[in-house]
Ligand binder design. Structure first.
Ligand code: ZN
Length: 308
């Protein structure tokens, strides 16, 4: 047993030394914590041989993801680490600090100024200001995506000068697509309309971007307690009062709560649609082409079905 262990250690040492003598031998490599930033970085590095990895791609909800030993090893060897920076990937902070990581890191939440969200001034203002500081789902705003991509591209261009022009061009191209979709949202959604979400609520940024009023079963994204019946009745009442035809749930969840709400409305004939918050994307989803822009476009299609 001891011999096997020694051999294993020797192999590890050999590999470790071999791999770390000159990190540039491996090329420039980027590690992203989860899906949105991974997809952005993939787009920004198009046409380069930069290696981009995602850690949380097992389909586990971001909020319950635990990093593996292999994740920590990837982080330690990365030239650039990109992560969201909320409680969901709070483990990244420790991993960056304790893994021996010597590269540069971008915390997306640091790149998003609060000013953007403060542009929203409606009846819900008071609720909003208490949310703004804590909501971590910053990627669910195309406007935030533009800011984050500019920051990432700028950092890439500084760190990896050989591909500088590609990063700049990719950023211009991708940001154009983000801005076009943002305009599509704004054009399609009339301000001040109401959306009912019979589920967790990671969509604060999406709702505020297009001045939607939201009524959600839960305030944020943690759902440790079930919604009580009072909440069900209040959502049903909103549906009746505002003539709402759609209840939204989030991806990977259950429609049980939505069905209970519907059964408490007058007409009981509302449809249930999904808003995808991209919090539990699998490697398989990515391989079959799932990407940030298409997912947001699909969210827009479903919002249109609810609002028009
Ligand atoms: Zn969440």
């Amino acid at each position: 047993m001891k011999k096997v262990l020694c051999l294993f250690m020797a192999l590890v040492m050999l590999c470790f030394c071999g791999c770390t003598t000159d990190p540039k031998d491996d090329g420039f490599n980027i590690v992203c914590a989860s899906f949105a930033e991974y997809d952005w970085v993939k787009n920004l590095t198009l046409g380069t041989d930069v290696k981009v990895d995602i850690l949380a791609d097992t389909g586990t909800d971001m909020h319950s993801y635990q990093p593996t030993a292999a994740d920590i090893l990837s982080i330690s060897k990365a030239d650039l680490v990109v992560y969201n920076g909320g409680t969901a990937d709070g483990w990244m902070t420790d991993a960056i600090k304790n893994s021996g990581f010597k590269g540069k890191s971008i915390r997306i939440m640091d790149t998003i100024g609060k000013g953007l969200i403060h542009q929203h001034h409606d009846d819900d203002h008071q609720i909003l200001t208490s949310y703004v500081e804590y909501d971590e789902h910053v990627w669910l705003s195309l406007k935030n995506a533009v800011i984050a991509c500019n920051k990432i591209a700028h950092t890439l261009a500084e760190l990896d000068k050989t591909n500088q022009e590609k990063y700049n061009q990719n950023c211009t191209d991708y940001v154009k697509k983000l801005e076009t979709l943002d305009k599509d949202f704004a054009d399609a959604i009339g301000e001040g309309k109401s959306v009912v979400i019979a589920d967790r609520f990671p969509f604060l940024y999406l709702m505020t971007d297009y001045k939607l009023n939201w009524h959600a079963a839960y305030e944020g994204c943690s759902s440790e307690t079930d919604a009580d019946f009072e909440k069900v009745l209040s959502l049903a009442k909103t549906v009746d009062k505002e003539g709402i035809n759609t209840l939204f749930i989030i991806e990977g969840g259950t429609d049980a709560l939505a069905k209970t709400v519907i059964s408490n409305t007058a007409s009981k004939n509302q449809q249930i649609l999904t808003l995808d918050s991209m919090q539990s994307v699998t490697k398989k989803d990515i391989e079959s082409g799932k990407n940030y822009l298409d997912t947001m476009a699909k969210n827009l299609e479903n919002l249109k079905k609810a609002l028009n």
